[in-house]
Ligand binder design. Structure first.
Ligand code: URA
Length: 296
């Protein structure tokens, strides 16, 4: 057994703790390849290593967006002072602390399955009473880009998938406008059960569900997260601020860059804001190294 230097030992111990927390105990019985380098920022050198932020992941980069599409016309004039509502300051927001070591690409599917199994037939908060299906997520576990919404609506509750209703169609068009496919990104919500009447999740409901979302983020490790609307941005950033104060900047959450934009449901109600949302998506594209189309 070779002697490990303190830094390697520390990194290895942190990763083992994370795998244990995920329930991947079989990991301990396999030989550990100390050459595998999957830490953030370090490109993978073998086919087990996960690419870190900044490294290309499969499939992204080809443009397929149609900016002139009927449902995603980002050229409408914007309303400068219009904002989405903020979350009322009632309860503290769940804020997790340390970010665990990256999960190897080959283990992401299993790691996400473990999180889903842990959620089980959840009754942790009152939202379970009215739900039909738990909406875990959709998309690629290797995504470089993740979208996070508020919570399932009626269509999502019926199908068990996020953003499959009208707002989902608009989100699909937003993704296409970025030159990406829906299957290439990862999509999740702050809460996994539909709030009655599509109301905003109560802080207790959001805080109960949030640890699972943070674990999903930790597994996928997207380079960029786009928070869709005030609920997602409030709970991801752990601070209640008007959307206007958060947009136009690159924030950081759990090692990923975070861009804040309007919720697609809000854009359906006020299509004039699509232009503003498109400027937000362009920030995300630049951070991902995607080609931003010149203004027509
Ligand atoms: N709105 C959301 O916030 N999430 C969905 O999945 C659908 C609509």
């Amino acid at each position: 057994m070779p002697t490990l230097d303190p830094a390697t030992r520390q990194a290895l111990a942190a990763r083992l703790r994370f795998y244990r927390d995920l329930g991947l105990t079989e990991f301990y019985r396999r030989p550990v390849d100390l050459q595998a380098n999957d830490e953030p920022g370090a490109p993978s050198t073998n086919n087990l290593g996960a690419p870190g932020p900044g490294s290309p992941r499969s499939g992204l980069g080809s443009r397929g967006g149609d900016l002139a599409s009927e449902t995603w016309d980002s050229t409408s004039p914007s309303l400068p002072h219009h904002q989405e509502p903020t979350i009322p300051p009632r309860k503290p927001i769940f804020t997790p602390t340390d970010v665990p070591a990256a999960v190897l690409t080959a283990d992401r599917v299993a790691a996400l399955r473990i999180i889903r199994e842990e959620i089980g037939d959840c009754t942790r908060c009152a939202l379970h009473k009215g739900r039909n299906k738990i909406v875990f997520a959709d998309g690629s576990p290797d995504a470089r880009l993740m979208f996070i919404g508020e919570g399932p609506g009626a269509d999502e509750d019926a199908q068990g998938l996020p953003f499959v209703g009208k707002a989902g169609q608009l989100l699909n068009n937003m993704i296409a406008a970025m030159g990406l496919k829906r299957e290439e990104v990862y999509i999740a919500n702050v809460v996994k059960c539909r709030p009655p009447g599509n109301r905003t999740p109560e802080p207790e409901e959001a805080n109960t569900c949030l640890p699972f979302l943070f674990r999903q983020i930790d597994v996928v490790r997207p380079e960029v997260i786009v928070a869709l609307g005030a609920t997602a941005s409030t709970y991801l950033l752990g601070q209640r601020q008007p959307l206007a104060a958060l947009r136009g900047r690159v924030h950081s959450v759990r090692g990923s860059k975070l861009i804040v934009t309007y919720h697609p449901a809000f854009l359906l109600r006020d299509p004039r804001q699509k232009k503003e949302a498109w400027t937000d998506l362009q920030i995300a594209m630049r951070e991902l190294g995607l080609e931003v189309p010149a203004r027509s």
